[in-house]
Design a protein around this ligand. Structure first.
Ligand SMILES: [Zn+2]
Length: 503
């Protein structure tokens, strides 16, 4: 360093700092420099011939500004934008509200090697899901207290590509502890989840009807839902002894969890549900039956409860609509879940219930694990982890198996966006309408693809998914989350800028 440079060094350093400061101050204002979006604009128009709105399907344009939908204009009224760069024309592709998956297990913190927030929400974005509500179990610890919710929030920080909310757990330990339950709800869980049978997770024990009754009475005050895994073990004499060969047979597993388990649970649940009627002891509370598999007497009981004025809804999952017990090959434990996938006749009844509006909505129940725990090697259905890995594929699966049954885009938007938004208490989500969040999905219903090794799958363990090897219709083109273009044509925005949703 010569003398002059040495004399000037502090001045140069100061100038460099000022320049850096100005640069960063500026870039903090400009959202596209942060890597949150593949689109470097905060105001733009999404144009399409098929925009699914609450009023019907329209051709036109959706105006987005600062993360919100500010207008939806029909083609004949649209004068266009003076700046052509502000218009993204998707032609005939379908523009729908982004999917809201109200039932996913991302297993983070504690079991992020099963899935985790980064891969799970990347897969969600690639699948057109703009919001998912994470289940309180399969992470370690389970989310049953303020402290464990704080661990979830910390794990999700800067690690989510879509919006993520959280359900809390209703377990025996907190069910009769008003202070603990209220604190958990005050801390922001969107509602509670409980099991009427063993959950398979040690720190998430099952609840009785008395626990559920206590939980529901607290939820009434907060007007938030209780989600229930409705199966009650009916056997009193233990499992019959089966050899390893029998354990590889799907029918062996199916017999261990008959429809009567679901029926028994729902019957008991309705003894609490009666409190949710107008003027009832828990008016304001809501009961939501997750992943119903039995479309016979269990569904009839729920229909009857609705008729009686209970505040109750029910969901099923794509795997119960896509598959049937008859076609599951021995040893193919990718198909193990609880309650189990039942026969083809039952599957048709589930479709009927959906089409007639007796089934309210859909969710993924994405519940992955490590390939070794799925026991793909020995195919033992009784020992394998129960859970279907599906998150990235729920839209094409629903469409592939639904279109021949007459499913419409409006129904897809209702089952996957509008109803889940209502369940989770998210009034700004679930529809393409002015004033709502710009959580938007663009997809091509006619494009087909083979879900094989060449297909980019963002889930942590693609091999455990029951959908691998299938040919599906419905390709996600673009996913917008709060106005950020987080996914387009196979590419993700580099930064994980999803919003955490706390009630
Ligand atoms: Zn689940």
């Amino acid at each position: 360093m010569d003398f002059l440079t040495w004399k000037l060094f502090p001045v140069l350093t100061l100038l460099a700092s000022v320049a850096l400061f100005l640069h960063f101050r500026d870039s903090s204002k400009i959202s596209w420099d942060d890597g949150c979006s593949l689109l470097k604009r905060s105001r733009y128009w999404i144009k399409s011939d098929q925009i699914v709105t609450p009023g019907g399907i329209v051709a036109g344009a959706v105006e987005v500004k600062d993360g919100l939908i500010v207008s939806v204009v029909e083609a004949e009224d649209w004068t266009g934008s003076p700046n052509r760069a502000e218009v993204i024309d998707f032609g005939e592709a379908v523009v729908m509200p982004g999917l809201i998956d109200a039932h996913a297990h991302l297993d983070d913190p504690g079991r992020a090697d099963w899935e985790g927030f980064p891969s799970g929400t990347k897969a969600a974005a690639a699948g057109g899901i703009t919001t998912l509500i994470d289940m309180p179990l399969n992470s370690d610890p389970s989310t049953t207290s303020v402290e464990t919710l704080a661990m979830k929030v910390e794990a999700a920080k800067n690690n989510i590509y879509v919006n993520v909310g959280f359900w809390g757990g209703l377990v025996p330990e907190n069910a009769h502890n008003l202070t603990a339950l209220e604190a958990l709800l005050e801390a922001g869980v969107l509602g509670l989840k409980s099991f009427m049978c063993p959950s398979g997770i040690d720190d998430f024990p099952m609840t009785t009807a008395a626990h559920i009754k206590a939980g529901v009475s607290v939820l009434a005050k907060y007007r938030r839902p209780l989600l229930v895994h409705a199966e009650i073990e009916q056997r009193s004499d233990g499992y019959p002894e089966v050899d390893d060969e029998d354990a590889r047979s799907y029918s062996t597993y199916l017999k261990t969890r008959p429809a009567s388990w679901e029926e028994a649970a729902i019957r008991e649940l309705l003894s609490v549900g009666v409190d949710t009627v107008v003027g009832g002891a828990a008016e304001g509370a809501h009961i939501h039956v997750v992943h119903l598999a039995d479309a016979t007497s269990s569904l009839d009981l729920i229909k009857e409860a609705k008729r009686l004025g209970h505040s109750i809804t029910v969901e099923t999952c794509p795997h119960y609509l896509a598959f049937s017990a008859e076609e599951i090959k021995d040893g193919d434990t990718r198909f193990k879940c609880a309650p189990p996938i039942r026969d083809a006749e039952n599957r048709e009844k589930l479709w009927e219930a959906l089409m007639e509006g007796n089934m309210d909505m859909l969710s993924s129940d994405h519940s992955p694990t490590l390939p070794e725990l799925k026991r793909l090697n020995d195919g033992n259905f009784l020992r394998a982890w129960g859970g279907i890995s599906s998150l990235q594929f729920v839209l094409p699966v629903t469409w592939t198996y639904g279109r021949s049954r007459g499913v419409t885009f409006k129904q897809l938007a209702s089952w996957w966006s509008e109803k889940p938004a209502k369940l989770a208490g998210l009034p700004l989500k679930g529809a393409i309408a002015s004033g709502r969040h710009a959580d938007i999905l663009v997809w091509d219903p006619s494009a087909e693809f083979d879900l094989d090794d060449r297909h980019p799958v963002h889930l942590k363990h693609p091999s455990i998914s029951a959908y691998m090897g299938k040919r599906l219709a419905g390709k996600v083109i673009a996913t917008f989350v709060r106005g950020n273009l987080v996914y387009r044509d196979g590419k993700h925005a580099p930064a994980a800028c999803g919003t955490q949703i706390l009630a």
